[in-house]
Design a protein around this ligand. Structure first.
Ligand code: AMP
Length: 223
């Protein structure tokens, strides 16, 4: 089953994705993670993308689409693909439809995460990231065992440069102008389900799992 997680920055896409991968063995494709990996490794793609990302801008469509097309050439590793942070524009969504068609598959479901503005600001300001392995934490809902140290690799935890208040504002504007129109795009294709992504991680993972089970019952996914 191929799924897109849609929602504003701070809506909990990465946190929900980690639980869904554990439950369903999806292959995880996060454009933000791939960009950050390339920035850490100082690749040409990373150098190109970093100025956009640090300014809270979207990386241009042709760069992002080429990166995903390249990624999708690798052998598939899970029970389906869980896309986090891609697509973010209608041009990207159309490109994704074409790429999946070439792979003789399709997008089965889009989970739209609904959260209040207050929750977005609260989650982004408490978000921390490991400088070495890129694992995400939240000071309140998902703290590391030892403060400021990654549970997985022992690296230092930092606040993402693009989680500063002024950059958050820019990212939310891009979400409103470029990404929110995808709600209508996928509603028209009748594959969009909105879930309330407030409250505890357990509660919203359960709501997403219920939505996936319903999509499976409705035959949206044939293994
Ligand atoms: P994320 O980790 O998903 O919040 O992404 C971090 C940043 O990477 C975004 O604010 C954008 O600058 C960039 N980015 C991630 N995914 C995309 C995308 N699909 N299109 C354009 N830029 C993206």
């Amino acid at each position: 089953m191929n799924i897109v997680l849609l929602g504003p920055p701070g809506s909990g896409k990465g946190t929900l994705a980690a639980d869904l991968i554990r439950l369903y063995n999806f292959e995880y494709v996060s454009t933000g993670d791939i960009f950050r990996h390339n920035i850490r490794e100082k690749t040409p793609l990373g150098l190109n993308a970093s100025e956009y990302i640090h300014a809270g801008q979207l990386v241009p469509d042709h760069v992002t689409i080429a990166m995903i097309a390249d990624h999708l050439k690798q052998p598939r590793t899970g029970s389906g693909i869980l896309f986090d942070g891609f697509p973010r524009t209608v041009v990207q969504a159309e490109a994704l439809d074409r790429m999946l068609m070439q792979m003789q598959t399709e997008l089965h479901m889009v989970i739209n995460l609904v959260v209040s503005k207050e929750t977005v600001v609260e989650r982004l300001s408490n978000r921390r990231l490991c400088v070495d392995c890129g694992r995400g934490y939240n000071l309140v809902s998902l703290p590391s065992k030892v403060p400021d140290i990654c549970d997985q690799c022992g690296g230092d935890l930092i606040q993402r440069a693009d989680d500063r208040p002024e950059t958050i504002r820019t990212r939310l504007e891009h979400y409103r102008d470029s990404t929110k129109p995808l709600i209508a795009y996928y509603q028209e294709k009748a594959i969009l389900t909105s879930i309330d992504n407030e409250g505890s991680i357990e509660a919203y993972t359960q709501r997403a799992a219920d939505a996936i089970a319903k999509a499976q019952r409705m035959g949206k996914w044939r293994p």
